[in-house]
Design a protein around this ligand. Structure first.
Ligand code: SIN
Ligand code: MN
Length: 210
């Protein structure tokens, strides 16, 4: 039987531009279990190195799970039903869906779990998440591994921004007024977590696509 998800999420640790921040939402055992799950996903859908439409290599490596995967290449930014190798994306594992169900406040299920891997030098420039059809649906972001200096601004470019260190096990929900805020990752702090044997950071981004 499918359970109806709660529509009132628990109170966050704090909010940042309307984004709900759940510090340490995943305990160390849950983080370890998630890494094992992600190893399976990456074996099925290998990480690839995306390029921006202008041909500039992005510093993260990425892959996806779900009905849709997010792709960046010379053609543009979009969601697609298959990995660049032509295979359908693997399903989003139940343990990841459960994070969405607990915190999103949405009765819908996410169509995409984007998996970004950040090595020591990787970063993510300020951008909006706007390739989805319904901006009333939130974005749920899960951090694993090394600390990341996250920055969030406004729904238009420019103006003041706020920064926050995202640590392993933290979850950030960008919905409502935060849904279209520019955001990015200025840098990673290498060696701040022992979760990933080779170091680095993984960010999972869950989104309803259609
Ligand atoms: C993203 O916005 O695509 C990733 C954010 C993060 O890595 O925390
Ligand atoms: Mn984003």
């Amino acid at each position: 039987m499918t359970e109806t998800p709660p529509l009132t999420p628990p109170p966050p640790t704090t909010t940042l531009r309307g984004a709900r921040f759940y510090e340490g939402y995943l305990d160390p055992a849950a983080q370890q279990a998630l890494v094992v799950t992600l190893r399976g996903l990456v074996a099925a859908a290998p990480l690839f190195s995306p390029v921006t439409p202008s041909g500039k290599p992005m510093s993260v490596r990425m892959t996806s799970a779900g009905r849709f995967g997010w792709i960046a290449d010379r053609t543009g930014y979009r969601y697609g039903p298959t990995h660049p190798n032509g295979q359908p994306w693997p399903a989003i594992p139940e343990s990841i869906l459960n994070i969405w169900r607990a915190l999103s406040g949405s009765p819908r299920e996410p169509g995409c779990c984007l998996i970004n891997f950040y090595g020591a030098e990787a970063r993510m420039g300020l951008h909006q998440d706007r390739d989805e059809a319904d901006f009333t649906q939130p974005v749920v972001s899960v951090s694993l591994g090394d600390d990341a200096l996250f920055r969030i601004g406004n729904a238009t470019r420019g103006g003041s921004t706020q920064s926050l260190w995202l640590r392993s096990g933290d979850v950030l929900v960008m919905g409502e007024t935060a849904r279209l805020c520019y955001h990015g990752v200025d840098r990673i702090a290498p060696g701040t977590s022992t979760l990933l044997a080779q170091g680095g950071r993984i960010n999972l981004t869950l989104r309803v696509v259609d």
